[in-house]
Structures are given as C-alpha cells and as structure tokens.
Write a protein that binds this ligand. Sequence first.
Ligand code: CA
Length: 644
Amino acid sequence: MTTFRPLGFLACVQGFCCSLFLSLMCIVSLPSFAFGQGNSPSQAIQRIDPPNWWIGMKSPRVELLVYGKNVGETQVKLMPYKGVKVEKIEKASNPNYVYLTLSIAPNTKPGAITLAFQNKGLTVLRNYELRARTQKAPQGFSAKDAMYLIMPDRFSNGDPSNDMVPGFPDTMHRDSLNERHGGDLQGIINRLDYIKDLGMTTIWNTPLIENNMQKYSYHGYAFTDFYAIDRRFGTNADYCRFVDSCHAKGLKVVMDVVLNHLGDQNYLALDPPAESWLNDIALLKSSDRKKDIQKPNYRTTTHSDPYASEYDKRSTTERWFDWMMPDFDGRDAHCATYLVQNIKWWVEYAGVDGLRIDTYPYPNKTFTAAWTKAIAEEYPTLSMVGEVWVSESVGVSAYWQANARNSDGFNSNLPAITDFPMNSALGAAFNEKEEWGSGLIRLYNTLAQDFLYPNAGKNVVFLDNHDVSRYFSAVQEDVKKHKMALAFLLTTRGTPQLYYGTEIAMAGWKEQDPFVRRDFPGGWKEDTANAFTSQGRNALQNEVFNHVKTLATWRKTKSCVHSGKLTHFVPFDGTYTYFRHNETESVMVVLNNNDSEKTISTERFGERLRGFMSAKNVLTGASVSDLLRITIPAKSALVLDLQK
Ligand code: CA
C-alpha cells in the first residue's frame, strides 16, 4: 500500500534551477518569492490536482489543475525527464489557474518531475511525483456479495483524538442530531469482525472525503477537498489502512462518489477556475443564497420523458441541490476531466473495489455517461452502481442501466442502479391487505417488469438507506414483517444492501434526515448498550441479527441465489412463492403475508418441484420430508434448500 506524501514546495529566483539540489538551495536562500505582489512562496503554487499520478495507466495523459495567485500569467516548463512530455498548456479564464496536460510513456521511471513556473525572469519550481502502480485490479462486487452501508460519523468512534480537529468549525456534539458524533475509520476497522460475522462481504461507506463546512457536515456529501479524507474520520493513510484491513478479512470496499456538487468551502467554489465549471454561478455571489436559491425540481423522470420541456430538464440538472452545495457543470471539459481523474486517483491510491455514485441523474447526462465510460475503460473490473432515485416506475429506473433500449439512444454506460422501484414495493407490500393491486403482488409486479433492464441481476436491492425511513419503522416495528422483508432481500435477484442497524431493528422515521442516522449502540465507549456483541443485544436485536446472519452466511454458498434464474408464481391467498435455481441447485421461498398460518398445496409449483424429494429449512435447520403440503406460520418467510 502506498502512503500519501505530498511533496514540498520549492521556490527559487533568477532563471531555472536545474536540479533538486539547486532548487533546495533556492528555497533556503530566497524563500520570499511569489508571482503576485506580497504573496508568500506557499501562495505561488497553492496546489496541484491530482496531487500525484501513476505511470502505466491505460490513458497516458493526465491534466494537472495548477492553482496559485496569478499562476495563469506564468510560462510553464517541464524540466527534462525521460518519458514525460508537456502536451498542452491551457489558461483558465481565472488567472489563478492553469491546465497542464502531461503525457507519460509507460516505461518512464518513477520519481519526481520538476515543473517551472516563470514570470518576468522569476521562477517557481514545483516537484510532482510520478509513481509506479502497486494496486491489484479492483475485485468488483456482484450479486454474490452482500453490501453493508455505513454512515461513518454514526457507526463507531475508534479514535476520540480526532473528534475535534483545529480548523474544522463543525464540531462534535453527540446530543445534537445535526452535528458530528465522532465516528471514524478506526471505528469501522474495529468492527470488521462484526460485519463479517453478520455475513456481509462488502462495505459501502457514505463519503469520507473532507467536508470542512460551517455546519451539517456529518453526512459527508459536501466535499471541500476532493483529495483528502476528512480529518475527523482519519487521514488518507488511514483510509488505505481501512481498505487493506477489509481486504485482509475478505471484505470488499465501495467508495461513495459525488459528481453533482461540492461544498461551498471548496477552493473550486471559493475561486472557480472558470464560470463554466458551475451551474447558476450568480448564486455563488449571492449574499443570501438561502433566499435566492432555485432548487432543482428533483424530477429525474425529465431525462427519459419524451414530452419533457427543456425548462424542466434544466431544472433537474442545472440547479444547486442545496444552498451550501454549488452544482458542477460537467459540460466544461476541464471540470469533467477533474472529476474523472479524481476517482482514478482514489482507485489507484487506495485500491477500492467498487463505486456508488451519488445523485446519478442530477448532472448533465452526457457528462455522466462519458465519465462512467472513462472510469470503466481504466478499471474494467471495478463495479459501479449509480443512485437512481426514481420510485415511480421500473422503466424510468431501467433507462439508466448500460445498454438499455432507450428510444432517445441514451446509454449511461452505468453497470448497475440502486433499485428504488423495488424499495418502494417493499415499503408497501407487507403493510397492506392482500388485494388485486396491493400486498405481495407489488413485489411480483415489480419483478415482472425486469424485462426493461438489460441486466436486473446487477441491481442493488435494499430495504432502507441513509435517505429513507428505517425499514423497521416502515413496518410499524413489526419484527415479523421486518424478517419477511429481510428474507426476500437476501433471496431475490440482485446485490442485497443492508443499512447499518437494520440487522438489529433500529427504528427511525424520516421526518428529518438525522432521524434515520442515529448512532449504532455500542459504537462509543460511553454507550450503555453494546449491540456489537450477542451479550449486549436484547432478545429482539439478537432475533433479527441471527436471522440476517443465518441467511447471509448461507447465501454466500448458493450460486443459484447469486446468478440462478428466478421463477415466481402469481401470489395467491396471501402467499407468494418463488424459486431460485440453476442446473445444480434449487431454492424455494414462500412468503405468507396473512395474519394466520397457511398450509399450501404445492401442486401448481410442479414445474419447479419435480424431482425434489425433501428440503432443508434454511432458517431453522429442520429437514422437510413432505413437499406436497407446506405450512407457513403467519407473517413469515419459509426458505427451503431443495434436495433430490
Ligand atoms: Ca473519532
């Protein structure tokens, strides 16, 4: 694993220094040079993004975004370095930026190249590191996996020393739901055995990137430095250590990516390279953004709607998500490149296995499609799932999966989507009375529309997440309904995603966001209860934990659940039966949504039951010898591993 070591700033005067030795001499002898009047050397080149690059990437080019007072007025030169060339130097409309495109031959030796920024006979030198690639190819995730979603600030505090970090105004107050609670990377590392024991194989954290905002920063979606882990969570090196720790335990890591917006305290928002980087640039200068903001219509159906007005389409993609989060405009080619390279940097730097892409339909879709293609070309084994929050219809959701048969010709290139239509069906099915259009038929009807997806088996399926009511609350804290839904989640097609705490029946209505983001009990040493251990969990928590663990652990070995076919039968009399099967395995699932026990005759399932003589009840371990008539207790799921 590589570690993050930013190279120091080097400055000198009067022509180029031709060696590192000379440049070091310069910094010692004359440290006060800068381009602008009265600037210190550190202001001359404040930063270069990406902070380093790698040799031997599929694309040999990298575009450096150089930021410094009036750096756009300098002449930029590269000190000779075998294999490295400057392909292009472009001024930004803001004189504090310059775009510098390097091409790096695959046989280039790792090391630091030196860039010289020259103005009126004065020169600043800056080293830039080119590294050898050390990461293995990303493992990717699939329906073989079960994904555990964590909001890091609210999961476990493993390092109280980073709870308060100087220079970060949004501080820790555990009694306030809108402020930070101190959870961090070390906290997650400490709980990897718990996550693994639960049967999960993949961890998706909501973003860990720096959110140095005045307030409401705990959620992590307002990036203020795209290249830094938030110090309240740890350091960049800690993130690498986290990924390595996961891999050592056989767990994969999914990184949360935000392409739509950034925090208003990001240098790119405080001093944008060009007005074309951001939508609604006038809002950036408003003295009262809360009043002046025109929020998006949040109607992402406008993308696929053949009748949508241009006004409505722009209202989806060209407005700020919130007054503190300026909106990127990926139609600016440099902005698009910045966002592509940022994620290549993280994949290469930390070795993550997959990406979850936030608010996927909110940026310009030509940009997101190109972004997704560029990432997939560099990392063919990296998995990507986009948050496509459209509950209205499977068709609108399917529009966003790669190679969907869209009449407008749009291809997102996105391998997987978050399955909100299924989430919506799950939110209703177990609460409703069984009628023609309600109850279990909602699950059946949602799956029946899978023909619209090029590959529904890649969908990420979930009962809840950090943005919706916790499922246990959605089913009125009825543990039977909760367990039925979990059984469905872990046996239907797609990659199941479990939100932290759902396995211990945490409650929370989304009257406000933080109500569904409460602290995991036991994540803080002062907590009175510790749900990370069976002794610390109450009976209800253990009942649900063991239910998830049993199914998820069993699921790991069942290829028919990962990639087998799904055959289902129209719900009848309040029960819904489906099979997952391939050439060697077959699993039968029956959901009973009635308030009473049901005994069903299995005659009508003959096409799938023929040849099977017995079964094992996955949840109880009991043997089932009679498959002709099956009894299912009220409000429960029966999962049978069929045997010949
Ligand atoms: Ca902490």
